[in-house]
Design a protein around this ligand. Structure first.
Ligand code: SF4
Length: 312
């Protein structure tokens, strides 16, 4: 099988027509070589969707699509659960982004994970299942390193992949999935992480747009800039984001503490070490003490969630 090398950065044209875009200088990250099967190329009638996460980057894609500046007309939001997504993200999607999309004639679909028996399950429900031994989220080991995770694959990648299969995508006739990674987060781009019947594109990289450009695209459209999107208990949250949660979202912080305790009670019965939601190797309420709430801004994710399927 003949394989073709693609260099993500060297194949990144800056298109002059991106409204409101300030074209950035290319970054000097090493080009990442990935291989693709040349038979797996999109055709003119391939299904094209954006994986919409409700964050800044994918909302900028929504505006660019509404303006006809990118060739995507369908946006798929894989909702990991109303009890798991940050409530502010859900409010933004339902009150601002989806109505804007509908007004612009963009098709939007909210998708949920379905089990084999057809019932839906949220990420929070899956984490609280009493009989489960695995932990799908990237909980941190006592040394701070994140563990393996299945949450992104099970609750986002497979959910979108299933919708695409049900809408005709096959390995021979793959669909195109656009992911909202901006130029300043190029390290998160990984074209290999996909289902076999999908081809991944990064429209913001192709347009040379940074996060700040995305914010401008959104505000130029008259929309508020969305909050950072991720599960409110995601172990990839920064320490500052946890401090922010403890100070300004105490109900969510209590739920995060409760979740960490539930996971560790179950692990104790299995004779396993405790794991944590922060990198400090201590329970959340101790790791983020209530009297240390300095620097309470929300940072970018620490880069560990490198797939681009979450937090965009
Ligand atoms: S935001 Fe974090 S916890 Fe939620 S699906 Fe993504 S990686 Fe998993």
């Amino acid at each position: 099988m003949r394989l073709v090398l693609i260099y993500i950065i060297s194949h990144m044209p800056t298109l002059p027509h991106a409204t409101g875009a300030r074209h950035a200088e290319p970054t000097h990250s090493s080009p990442e070589a990935v291989t693709v099967d040349p038979k797996q190329q999109p055709s003119s009638n391939s299904t094209k969707v954006i994986s919409y996460g409700g964050g800044v980057q994918s909302t900028a894609l929504l505006v660019l699509a509404a303006r006809g500046e990118i060739d995507f007309h369908t946006f798929l939001f894989a909702n990991v659960g109303d009890d798991s997504e940050h409530p502010a993200t859900l409010a933004y999607i339902r009150k601002i982004a989806f109505p804007y999309a509908v007004r612009a004639g963009i098709e939007v679909h909210e998708l949920k994970r379905r089990r084999r028996d057809g019932t839906t399950e949220t990420l929070m429900q899956s984490l609280n299942r009493p009989d489960t031994r695995s932990i799908p989220i990237p909980v941190r080991m006592p040394n701070g390193a994140p563990g393996r995770r299945n949450c992104t694959a099970d609750f986002k990648i497979k959910v979108i992949g299933r919708w695409l299969r049900n809408h005709g995508a096959t390995t021979d006739h793959p669909a195109v999935v656009g992911i909202g990674i901006s130029l300043d987060e190029i390290h998160r781009a990984n074209r290999r992480r996909r289902e076999p019947h999908e081809l991944i594109e990064y429209p913001l990289l192709d347009l040379g747009l940074r996060r700040s450009d995305c914010e401008r695209v959104i505000t130029d459209a008259g929309l508020p800039v969305p909050p950072k999107s991720s599960c409110f208990f995601c172990p990839f949250r920064t320490v500052d984001a946890w401090r922010h949660q403890r100070k300004y979202e105490p109900e969510l912080f209590s739920l995060s503490v409760q979740l960490e305790e539930t996971i560790n009670k179950r692990r104790a019965t299995l004779g396993r070490d405790a794991v944590y939601l922060t990198r400090y190797g201590r329970p959340l309420a101790q790791a983020i003490p209530g009297d240390d709430l300095t620097g309470s801004t929300i940072d970018e994710a620490d880069g560990s969630c490198d797939s681009g399927w979450c937090m965009t």
